[in-house]
Design a protein around this ligand. Sequence first.
Ligand code: DX5
Ligand code: ZN
Length: 214
Amino acid sequence: MIKLTPSLLAADLLNLGRDIDAMRSNGLDQLHFDVMDAHFVPNLSFGPDFCGAIHRRYPDMKLDVHLMMDNPEKYLDEFAQCGASSITLHAEIAEDMSGMIQKIHGLKVKAGLSVKPGTEADRLLPYLDQLDLILIMTVEPGFGGQKFMPEEVEKIRFLRRAGFRGDIAVDGGVDMENAPLLKEAGATLLVMGTSYFHAPDPAKVARFVEGLNA
Ligand code: DX5
Ligand code: ZN
């Protein structure tokens, strides 16, 4: 099964309730929430208070928190309290990854690990047994609306060959054109910012992804 997870970064923030209501009426029950710290990536985005505000309004919606930040450890509790259903860290940060994955699980939240385009997928191998989710970046993290990097798709196949059975999410430039290829490679979650929220008819995008499961 493959699922669509729209990325908040591309929503209309001044009409966010409207955009989330429409998303839910399109049958989508999770939102991708990008956290950028202006150090790990050259951009700033959303913090835990905003996550909590969305969670209070939509308590049954899953919030897929993608931490593009250095030193995420002290924010794990906070994002768990603010309603994160999964927390994804980056493999590039030099911290005790196993310890943080255990801490996320201790908070009753799913744990994910992500790699940027320049990072080999074998960096993930020591953690496969611990992870609920792997997120493959198909653009350089930091901004929406960039061009999909097809050479990253091989990482999905590599992880499936290595026996990973959890969710594999793909983030960056994902659209209706590359979605079938991503499903065939073994992805189970498609993060879509621009190609969902800026689409002339987002409901059509949701139906298209749903149709890939037929
Ligand atoms: C980029 C973010 C993405 C972003 C994707 O660093 O992690 O989640 O919202 O946006 P699109 O789908 O427009 O490439
Ligand atoms: Zn993201």
